[in-house]
Design a protein around this ligand. Structure first.
Ligand code: ZN
Length: 257
């Protein structure tokens, strides 16, 4: 199956060069993108036989263009529960489902973490459409409580177990080193978790004081986002039973007697 893509004109700190809408053969798209007229028009022109619109997760830079595209073409919307309401979605998918697209069969992999409902799509050739779970460069943002670091790391391990060959992310370049990239993603998060734990052990008890230790030279505009990532790690450490939360501060769980 021929895979093409069109990048939406929505570049930014989180979207990198913009959302990449993938065109599968002549009939399906993955993540139609933001509802920007020129982007919708470009997708429509490139896909005169559009019948299926697949969505990885509900965020505004991924899903909204599905609505006008469905209205204009009659294409069906295929998405996990949590994306739009049931009146708009023609087929709900969850992990383990397969979606026939022309001569291909896409496997749905549930990858909660970036958002609770996030799914990825895998072709039989090992092309993995990762949405925001793995990006072509940099890291993805985990914003609790919808985002979960614990789920996210488990989802990365699940993706690795499917032996993908290429990563086709919603943001950033396509990567031919799928397994290496996912392993780096897991290692990066575990390293950050270790830094958070070490900052706690060193006396930092709040996300702000940990941020000063872990990211000493960070651009002040990114302080808030960095503290949320630290909070996501702290929540995971609490869930893992290694840290306890006391009001606004955190402490290392002492070893059982
Ligand atoms: Zn997103």
């Amino acid at each position: 199956m021929i895979i093409r893509d069109i990048t939406a004109p929505n570049p930014g700190a989180f979207t990198l060069s913009g959302t990449r809408t993938y065109l599968l053969g002549e009939s399906a798209v993955i993540d139609p993108g933001p509802a920007i007229d020129s982007h919708i028009e470009a997708v429509r022109n490139a896909m005169p036989r559009l019948t299926t619109i697949l969505i990885t997760h509900r965020h505004g830079d991924h899903a909204p263009a599905a609505v006008p595209l469905k209205r204009m073409t009659g294409a069906r919307i295929v998405a996990p529960r949590g994306v739009f309401d049931d009146t708009l979605v023609d087929q709900r998918v969850s992990g383990g489902d397969t979606i026939p697209i022309e001569d291909e069969s896409l496997e749905v992999i549930a990858t909660p973490g970036h958002t609770a409902e996030h799914v990825c799509f895998l072709t039989s050739a090992g092309d993995l459409f990762t949405g925001d779970t793995v990006l072509g460069e940099g890291t993805t943002a985990i914003f609790p409580p919808d985002g979960s670091m614990r789920d996210y790391i488990a989802s990365l391990r699940l993706l690795l177990a499917h032996n993908p060959k290429r990563i086709l992310p919603a943001h950033g370049p396509t990567r031919d080193d799928a397994a290496t990239l996912i392993e780096q993603y897991i290692a990066h998060r575990l390293e950050r978790e270790r830094q958070v734990f070490d900052a706690l052990a060193g006396g930092a008890t709040s996300a702000a004081s940990m941020r000063q230790r872990i990211y000493p030279d960070l651009d002040p505009r990114l302080h808030g986002a960095a503290e949320i990532q630290i909070a996501a790690h702290l929540i995971k450490l609490v869930e893992d039973g290694r840290v306890i939360e006391r009001g606004d501060s955190y402490a290392i769980q002492s070893a059982p007697q």
